[in-house]
Design a protein around this ligand. Structure first.
Ligand code: ATP
Ligand code: MG
Length: 406
């Protein structure tokens, strides 16, 4: 029984159940919400499974004054919005045929068949409106409580149906697992790993982004390297020690938990690696830039950097890149998470307020300079003097020494 979960007792969910579970149809919450509640983990989104077919869900939701949106109506999913909360309502399905990347499904009224097509026992748990838990595989609750990620049925067969499950297997272990990774699952991963090449870069990238920041990322990534998955997905080096080191810096600096920075620590050895990863994992332009800047700036860092160099670096690259770069350099260094030099450096990078260059082109025009490329050149020369003074020179100092700076 689940009784006290806020999402289960919410009036918004009750409205969805009341609208859909009528005239012989049933509805139950399924998947992540049930799993996470049993584990004591936070719940983000609520998936609902129902015997009602999608058209019926649409009609009933509308009639009850809810807002149904046919977000994935072809595979049976309607997003039902109830007082601002969105529920993904999906009709029970069973697989007719599978191709390793997608499946032909048919709608069904059979809870057992719906559970059998899901991936892991902990993901095939259902809760009805009264809070009663339904566990069609018979192993979902115990695996969930023991934090064991196990395939439903024969792992080899289940992976061949959908190769993304290789990465989901690692992802759920990284997020929720405890103890050793399931051995039967691992051996199936090894024999089926070539199938990963069929997956789109978007889908692979989506899973990797969720694996790398997870609580058990270190042991999971090690297992992914040992089973040959890293090589297939990244097609490059895996700097496992540096990755583990960065992970252990997270308590001190939350930025070390960022997926993109972790990816950089794990798989960037030379600048060209950034492009390879961006392509392999379909990084956004913003993500690729973040990685490129962090990697580029990290090469100049050491824990004994002078304070004025710290300030100059911050002025040139900004807070985000500077902190990223320092963490990257730290994780490549021998010094552990307790190292005072690195800690001081990170604190300095956080606290220094970046000054604004006090001279503008206008100031030079007022002094009689002619408009044109000479202005930019003069400004750059002044800025160099200003930086060299450790940002101490004022606007008046700089303008007074205008000739000398050229
Ligand atoms: P979270 O949303 O926290 O990632 P979740 O378990 O809700 O976790 P979803 O990706 O939202 O994960 O999927 C919902 C449910 O659909 C899963 O719990 C699982 O039962 C099923 N599912 C999703 N993807 C697959 C897949 N590739 N193969 C089999 N079942 C899947
Ligand atoms: Mg979900």
């Amino acid at each position: 029984m689940i009784t006290d979960a806020l999402w289960l007792t919410s009036a918004n969910l009750a409205r969805v159940f009341d609208a859909i579970a009528i005239e012989g149809d049933d509805a139950r919450v399924v998947g992540g919400a049930v799993r996470n509640t049993l584990m004591g983990e936070p719940v983000c989104d609520i998936d609902v499974a129902t015997t009602a077919v999608p058209d019926t869900v649409m009609t009933r939701a509308r009639k009850a004054g809810l807002k149904p949106i046919p977000t994935g109506i072809d595979h049976g999913t309607i997003t039902v919005v109830s007082e601002g909360t969105a529920y993904e309502v999906t009709t029970l399905r069973e697989d007719v045929e599978t191709f390793g990347r997608h499946a032909v499904v048919r709608f069904s009224r059979d809870w057992q068949a719906d559970a059998a097509r899901r991936d892991f026992t902990m993901n095939a748990l259902y809760v009805d409106a009264d809070g009663a838990i339904h566990d069609p595989t018979g192993e979902g609750v115990s695996d969930c409580l023991a934090r064991r990620v196990r395939f439903i049925g024969d792992p080899h067969a289940r992976i061949r149906e959908d190769y993304l499950r290789i990465l989901r297997f690692f992802r759920f272990h990284a997020c929720y697992g405890s103890g050793a990774i399931d051995a039967a699952g691992l051996s199936a991963v090894i024999s089926a790993r070539e199938g990963l090449r069929q997956l789109s870069a978007e889908r692979v990238g989506h899973e990797i982004r969720r694996i790398l920041p997870a609580p058990h990322a270190v042991e999971t990534v090690e297992a992914m390297a040992e089973t040959g998955i890293i090589e297939i997905v990244f097609a490059g080096v895996a700097l496992l020690e540096d990755f583990a080191h960065l992970h252990h810096l997270t308590d001190f600096a939350a930025e070390a938990g960022d997926a993109i920075l972790r990816l950089c620590a794990l798989s960037c050895f030379v600048q060209e690696d950034v492009e390879r990863l961006a392509d392999r994992l379909r990084l956004s332009t913003r993500e690729e830039k973040r990685m490129a800047h962090a990697f580029g700036a990290s090469r100049g860092f050491s824990s004994d950097l002078r304070e004025r160099d710290v300030r100059e670096c911050l002025y040139r690259v900004g807070h985000e890149t500077a902190i990223d770069a320092a963490l990257l350099a730290w994780c490549r260094d021998e010094a552990g998470p307790e190292d005072q030099g690195w800690r001081r450096l990170i604190v300095a990078l956080r606290t220094f307020e970046i000054p604004v260059f006090p001279v503008a082109g206008r100031d030079l025009l007022v002094l009689g300079r002619k408009p044109g490329p000479g202005i930019g050149k003069a400004l750059r020369a002044l800025e160099a003097r200003w930086i060299a003074s450790d940002f101490a020179l004022t606007r008046d100092d700089l303008l007074a020494g205008l000739e000398a700076s050229e």
